[in-house]
Design a protein around this ligand. Structure first.
Ligand code: SF4
Length: 254
């Protein structure tokens, strides 16, 4: 585990000797679990703050679409959302679903029509091809129903762990942790995880995050990452989580 000794924790109970910097530091009770001010002693408080904060912002577009309880729409809008801003995803999803909201109807649309409907989402040409391929597989192999498990979802073209987790969680009320760029970035900034990829973050969160927060974390951190803990120069000075956050990797903030 990487150790960061620049932090001093006045209310700690145990002393810790760091082999890398040779300092003796006060150590909090569950340092061994997370090595961060953000840990499971405070996670309930943190989620309360997140819930209150994000309720004042517009919810992520895929969460809004999920209220229609249509797994196909959740799947396709999540595919569209990859590397695309939420506003663009929402507008593209509306245009596409106004023409087709089932795999069968989608297959009646020419490729060029789908491309035009979803433009300018990122990689719209390859996403249009994948939408047709996904629709065909769902119709032919799953009787027109979106599969409800990770293994089958991950076989669909253009569907990675983020999308599969989100479909399981939002479409079927299953258990999963959807880790996208926001969840990966923010949980690492907190110091709650120390990971290099979203996949590693998902694995680590499955180990340490209490299950009661698995479904919420994506919703909350997508909003937080879009509005406050943004990728470049986050708004730390007005962040209510600052007392819990190690601000790992933050050189400039507003
Ligand atoms: S203090 Fe800064 S880095 Fe930490 S969660 Fe808040 S905005 Fe993000």
């Amino acid at each position: 585990m990487e150790l960061r000794c620049e932090k001093v924790f006045p209310k700690s109970e145990i002393n810790f000797h760091c082999a890398s910097c040779q300092n003796t530091l006060p150590l909090r009770k569950n340092f061994a679990t997370s090595g961060s001010r953000m840990n499971n002693d405070v996670i309930d408080d943190v989620f309360k703050i997140l819930e209150a904060q994000v309720s004042s912002w517009q919810e992520p577009v895929v969460s809004r679409i999920s209220r229609e309880k249509n797994p196909f729409k959740i799947l396709i809008s999540t595919v569209l959302s990859l590397r695309t801003k939420d506003k663009t995803t929402g507008e593209a999803s509306n245009r596409l679903f106004n023409m087709a909201s089932t795999p069968g109807k989608m297959l009646e649309l020419p490729l060029s029509t789908i491309e035009k409907a979803i433009y300018p989402v990122g990689f719209y040409k390859s996403k249009a091809i994948n939408i047709i391929r996904i629709s065909k597989i769902i119709l032919q192999e799953y009787n027109g129903r979106v599969p409800d498990n990770m293994d089958d979802l991950l076989k669909l073209p253009g569907v990675g762990r983020k999308t599969a987790n989100l479909v399981v969680i939002l479409g079927f009320k299953g258990m999963g942790i959807c880790v996208d760029t926001h969840v990966h970035r923010i949980t690492n900034r907190w110091g709650y995880v120390i990971t290099n990829t979203p996949h590693e973050t998902e694995i680590r969160l499955r180990e340490i995050l209490p299950e009661r927060y698995w479904k919420q974390i994506n919703d909350f951190l997508v909003s937080y990452g879009q509005n406050l803990c943004v990728p470049i120069s986050p708004y730390c000075s007005r962040c209510k989580l600052r007392a819990y956050c190690d601000q790992i990797g933050i050189k400039h903030y507003r």
